[in-house]
Design a protein around this ligand. Structure first.
Ligand SMILES: Cc1cc2nc3c(=O)[nH]c(=O)nc-3n(C[C@H](O)[C@H](O)[C@H](O)COP(=O)(O)OP(=O)(O)OC[C@H]3O[C@@H](n4cnc5c(N)ncnc54)[C@H](O)[C@@H]3O)c2cc1C
Length: 326
């Protein structure tokens, strides 16, 4: 059952004269800076290429890092008051942002209040902005097993929840006890994991709600055994995964066979468009040689899907989330 919690006190949002379409982003940013606490970050035109692991993507109209939950609530209400669309950014490791960038507000929970990880008994409490790698490290430090699969996933807790990220037979929701979420109106609730429907790489609730923090459960085990599993997962990952910038697996695995094997069987490994290339190491990774644009990557995705459809009758679905404008 969900437990309604008292939302943090919102700061009063000022009314802006230009709260109509055709936005004055500088004026909106200035108003937001006045509204949020001094530790908050508010910028206009923030390049998303700097904040995604694929290293492509144009600017966000407005980029904001709230300092705490009161800031976040004020920010969400500000967006509602001014009809500004918003989206959450984690560590950008499952995102392909188009070259024209993102219209509206990009919210990132990167400030210290959102990145804490602490262990209480067999429970690991983590902020949504914490790296999942830090969750795996805390579990090891306290002799808690079951979260080793998180170690090599380069995302945040929020991103792992949204994607139900998984590897080596483990998945985020399988080790999750409960999660605190904020709805689009700013109400905060704690939800038991068992109450939330999830599927392969998808927690639909988080398409509309913000994850604030999560509680994971580990199982006591000898640190040496946990360390050995971490080392084995890391070895397997680096044997099968390219080191160049990427967004991990580009396509979801279809029922018939893994997407990487399909790409290999189609003879597409090494195919290049501009600065983007299908990795020779793993057919389901597209890598950026440092000069790729989002358009290059989208063209490669299009070619692979067309070949899979034409030659094998398989409809490949992107696992990477494609956002923004051309
Ligand atoms: C080299 C590499 C290896 C990878 N290996 C794996 C793997 O083994 N297994 C796997 O599952 N994935 C893997 N990935 C993909 C990616 O790391 C995961 O999907 C990860 O969970 C994304 O987290 P993120 O913080 O980067 O999210 P982002 O890419 O920033 O965002 C992804 C989605 O999560 C949403 N989101 C982020 N934070 C929140 C929040 N607080 N509340 C609500 N929604 C939020 C975003 O809005 C977006 O819809 C890999 C990626 C790379 C680059």
């Amino acid at each position: 059952m969900s437990a309604p919690l008292t939302p943090p006190a919102a700061r009063e949002a000022p009314t802006l004269r230009d709260s109509r379409p055709g936005r004055d982003w500088e004026a909106l940013a200035a108003a937001l800076r006045r509204l949020l606490s001094p530790r908050a970050v508010v910028r206009t035109g923030e390049p998303m290429a700097r904040r995604t692991t694929l290293r492509v993507g144009g600017p966000a109209d407005l980029y904001a890092e709230p300092a705490d939950e009161a800031d976040l609530l004020a920010l969400v209400r500000f967006c509602a008051d001014h009809a500004l669309p918003w989206r959450v950014l984690g560590r950008g490791s499952n995102l392909l942002v188009r070259d024209g960038g993102v219209r509206g507000v990009v919210i990132c929970l990167a400030q210290s209040d959102f990145v804490t990880v602490r262990v209480q008994g067999a429970e690991i409490h983590a902020g949504a902005g914490a790296r999942v790698k830090a969750v795996a490290a805390a579990a090891l430090q306290h002799g808690l097993a079951g979260l080793e699969f998180l170690e090599g996933i380069p995302g945040s807790v929020g991103g792992a929840l949204r994607m139900n990220a998984g590897a080596f037979g483990g998945s985020t929701f399988a080790v999750l006890e409960r999660v605190r979420v904020m709805d689009p109106q700013g109400a905060v609730r704690e939800r038991p994991a068992a109450e939330l429907p999830v599927s392969y790489r998808n927690c639909p609730l988080l398409a509309t709600h913000l994850a604030l923090s999560a509680v994971f459960r580990g199982r006591p085990d000898a640190p040496a055994a946990i360390r050995a599993r971490l080392a084995e997962f890391s070895r397997r990952r680096w044997q099968t995964q390219p080191r160049e910038p990427s967004a991990g697996c580009i396509f979801k695995n279809p029922a018939a066979l893994p997407a990487g094997r399909l790409v290999e069987e189609l003879g597409l490994k090494g195919t290049r468009v501009g600065g983007a290339r299908i990795s020779e190491v793993h057919g389901n990774f597209i890598v950026n040689d440092g000069t790729a644009t989002a358009r290059d990557i989208l063209e490669l995705i299009h070619r692979v899907r067309a070949e899979a459809r034409a030659r094998r009758g398989i409809e490949l679905e992107p696992e990477v989330e494609i956002v923004g404008e051309d």
